[in-house]
Design a protein around this ligand. Structure first.
Ligand code: ATP
Ligand code: MG
Length: 320
């Protein structure tokens, strides 16, 4: 059984008199211990998808529909209390700016302990201290970080603290949204390697949102490519990279030199994301697609299911 199953999820932002369709009919499954990279250019709906899954978008501005099933429970309909419990203990989230939510005037250790005790009210002081030391060790931080303040930590150390926090309750799934993007390449590489190790050791699944296709190639088993709120391609990284079926995926891959061709803007894909407040009759990618044909501006492509769990939303998918 899938650990997380997203079924026909839609998110509409209500802005003034406009409806912005930021996530459209997205469906996919994540198995226990899977690692899924979500890629797509800026504004394609990656963060919206992650935030909406955990009901982290204010109801006033975002209308979310569909189902997000985590271990038999629909996260979009369970009670606030149930959700809060799952959000801390079963699924945790690390953002690029996660550390901003910590206080600059309290020591890292005491803040970590407070957070831990919110969900483990009966833990003794010694127990908590032990757990925190263990957590710091897990993410390769020295014990002295416990008594340090936020401003005394480097960017890499801060992200390690965020990751330690996210591992606090042994989650089954961790969601990282550009969590290592701001770090230098070496630190990012180290942290990503550590995460991979931890996942194996602690049996954690991961959803990783990133602009960097090479991060997905190096650290993920599966990939989801988003364009203008649609899931245009999904599958095993090795299958998608060696034989991308969607023209947009091919464009994304070409813009990463370590994978295919020279680095650059989306080569062969000029233009920018369409206006998400306007409903499109045909394929959402049609206006930028180098391979469009007659049917593309008339009919929306369905999602074609291929072998090995591969999904492609393109009229020509089955034919290539
Ligand atoms: N609070 C909001 N109100 C209205 N529109 C929003 C809001 N947040 C995001 N959007 C819009 O929804 C779309 C998807 O945004 P989202 O932040 O999910 O993209 P993203 O793929 O995470 O981009 P990035 O890579 O830049 O983080 C964009 O068109 C964005 O302008
Ligand atoms: Mg984002």
């Amino acid at each position: 059984m899938a650990l997380l199953s997203i079924k026909n999820e839609n998110v509409i932002y209500k802005v003034k008199n406009k409806n912005i369709h930021a996530v459209n009919n997205v469906s996919f499954d994540i198995e226990p211990q899977d690692s899924l990279g979500i890629v797509g250019e800026s504004g394609s709906g990656k963060s919206t998808l992650a935030l909406s899954m955990l009901r982290l978008l204010p109801k006033k501005i975002a209308e979310v529909s569909g189902e997000v099933i985590f271990e038999d429970k629909n996260l979009l309909t369970i009670s606030e209390d149930e959700l809060r419990d799952i959000r801390w203990k079963e699924i945790s989230v690390v953002f690029q700016k996660s550390m901003n939510s910590l206080s600059p005037i309290h020591k890292i250790g005491s803040q970590m302990s407070d957070i831990y005790m919110l969900h483990n009210k009966t833990a003794s002081k010694a127990e908590v201290k032990n757990k925190m030391t263990e957590l710091l060790e897990l993410v390769n931080l020295p014990p002295r970080v416990y008594t340090m303040y936020q401003h005394e930590l480097s960017g890499g150390m801060m992200q390690r603290v965020s990751i330690a926090l996210s591992l606090m309750h042994n989650p089954k799934l961790i969601i990282m949204d550009e969590a290592t993007t701001a770090l230098d390449v070496i630190t990012q590489g180290q942290i990503l390697n550590e995460i991979k190790e931890l996942e194996k050791r602690l049996s954690i699944a991961r959803i990783m949102i990133t602009h960097d296709m090479s991060v997905v190639a190096n650290t993920c088993k599966k990939i989801a490519v988003m364009y203008a709120g649609y899931l245009v391609e999904f599958g095993y990284v090795k299958d998608v990279i060696s034989d991308p079926k969607h023209p947009y995926t091919r464009g994304l891959l070409k813009s990463f030199p370590t994978l295919k061709g020279e680095r650059g803007v989306l080569r062969g894909i000029s233009g920018s994301l369409p206006d998400l407040s306007v409903q499109h009759e045909g394929c959402i990618f049609e206006s930028r697609c180098p391979e469009r044909s007659g049917v593309c501006n008339k009919e929306k492509p369905g999602t074609v299911i291929l072998e090995n769990g591969r999904m492609v939303m393109c009229h020509s998918a089955g034919r290539r």
